[in-house]
Design a protein around this ligand. Structure first.
Ligand SMILES: NC(=O)c1ccc[n+]([C@@H]2O[C@H](COP(=O)([O-])OP(=O)(O)OC[C@H]3O[C@@H](n4cnc5c(N)ncnc54)[C@H](OP(=O)(O)O)[C@@H]3O)[C@@H](O)[C@H]2O)c1
Length: 413
């Protein structure tokens, strides 16, 4: 955090009013050229420039949507759904990644040849950020983390990185849309440090780019989610599930692909979503206990539920936080016993009454049971159901044949 903060403090980005070319992508007209008025940063990709925004084709994967999006955090959970939806409509997606070359590999097949461009970068090297943004006209920030590491604090990841991206996007001069993904419940008054950092991140982004769109997502559910999967693993391993605070906190889980669809929908609108904050929650509100029961019912596991009062849960999760910067070794990733997440559980996390939601983006979020939980049923289970169905049909058919063979005999008698 300190490194980034001091770096940001000394960099040459000017605090000018919002950039003039920050417009909606649709409708497209001649004066919406990007990279025309303002020079772009040097880049290590594509050489011929991207020219004016044009849409060509039928709107499928091999079309040209006119969107060239740099998606920060694309290697994460939401990233894979967002990249897939962007690529499916013929967008070019620049995927900044850190670490191994393998981390963006699964994304490459989601788009047409050359449409998904992984680019190595380092968030502490401003030039590498400029390079991955150079050819883009859209920037989407999905970077976030719900626990601290020895190298990165909540504030650095959830606040300062967002601020830095907004500053660079502003200086860039050709970014037409900036979308910041935040968390439902982000507030400077939250008891969670992560949610306070998210709120500060939102505030910094809108200060730099008032036209930026903020998407506050509720807890996301999907194949790779970080709520149901840890519960299922824990219950399978230990035969019980700890319910922190009795599992009475209310949440409004949302299907991950719906959040991706909301981002894409806001890019496609007429600029109406610019400068607005959306709260993206699913159609139903559950307590943590209800959600766990729903999931375990679906996967046919019935663990015991053990109530863990808040003070005990905090005591169990504290040693990691205490030792984090004291032990010269990486600490385990917290799952169920994450101190900051436990602090957040003290209050319900649901969409506020007057917030803009999916409806305002012309979307209806999927119901959890229908859409997401069915995805969690293992393929084998589907095969077993299929086999049983075949057995049932063939048994009924055999019985029918036997019955029709028996009938003439009965008549003879
Ligand atoms: N998952 C949820 O239920 C949920 C709910 C509400 C809001 N959100 C927010 O939605 C956004 C996307 O969530 P997600 O579940 O897709 O997150 P995720 O799976 O944890 O992915 C986070 C992304 O951020 C990157 N990242 C994390 N720390 C970084 C660092 N220090 N430097 C550079 N990159 C870093 C990760 O890169 P690596 O792959 O290299 O680590 C990854 O690409 C986040 O902002 C999250 O806070 C998530």
């Amino acid at each position: 955090m300190q490194a980034i903060t001091s770096k940001l403090g000394h960099q040459s980005i000017k605090h000018s009013p919002a950039i003039s070319s920050f417009k909606s992508l649709y409708p497209l007209s001649d004066d919406h050229y990007y990279g025309y008025v303002n020079p772009r940063f040097a880049s290590n990709i594509a050489t011929g420039g991207t020219g004016p925004l044009v849409r060509k084709g039928t709107g499928g994967r091999s079309s040209v949507s006119g969107i060239v999006a740099t998606v920060f955090g694309a290697t994460g959970f939401l990233g894979r759904y967002l990249v897939q939806q962007l690529a499916k409509m013929g967008s070019q997606v620049l995927v900044p990644f850190r670490g191994s070359e393998d981390s963006p590999r699964h994304l490459k097949l989601m788009g047409d040849l050359g449409q998904i461009v992984p680019m190595k970068y380092d968030h502490r090297d401003e030039n590498s950020i400029k390079a991955v943004m150079a050819k883009a006209n859209v920037v989407i920030n999905l970077i976030g983390r719900e626990y601290e590491t020895r190298n990165y604090s909540f504030e650095e990841v959830n606040h300062h990185m967002a601020e830095q991206l907004a500053m660079i996007a502003k200086e860039h001069g050709g970014i037409m849309r900036f979308i910041q993904v935040s968390c439902l419940g982000a507030s400077p008054a939250s008891s969670s440090r992560m949610l306070r950092a998210k709120a500060a991140g939102e505030e910094a982004v809108t200060r730099e780019l008032p036209e930026a769109t903020i998407m506050r997502s509720a807890v996301m559910i999907g194949t790779e989610d970080r709520i149901l999967n840890p519960w299922a693993f824990f219950a399978k391993k230990y035969g019980f599930l700890p319910l922190i605070g009795g599992g009475s906190t209310k949440i409004q889980p949302v299907f991950v692909a719906d959040v991706a669809a909301a981002i894409v929908s806001s890019l496609k609108d007429n600029g109406t979503s610019m400068g607005k904050v959306y709260e993206l929650g699913g159609p139903d509100i559950y307590t943590m206990h209800e959600l766990a029961e729903l999931m375990f019912d679906m996967i046919r596991e019935w663990p015991r539920y053990v109530n863990i009062p808040f003070p005990i849960a905090k005591a169990i999760s504290s040693p990691r936080e205490f030792l984090l910067n004291k032990v010269p070794a990486p600490m385990p990733v917290p799952t169920i016993f994450n101190l900051d997440a436990i602090q957040a559980l003290a209050t319900d996390n649901i969409v506020s009454k007057d917030a803009l939601t999916f409806e305002d983006l012309g979307l209806a979020p999927h119901k959890l049971v229908k859409k997401c939980l069915l995805n969690l049923i293992h393929e084998d289970t589907i095969w077993i159901i299929f086999e049983r169905l075949v057995q049932l049909i063939s048994a009924s058919f055999t019985r029918f044949l036997e019955y029709s063979r028996v009938q003439p005999d009965k008549e003879e008698k």
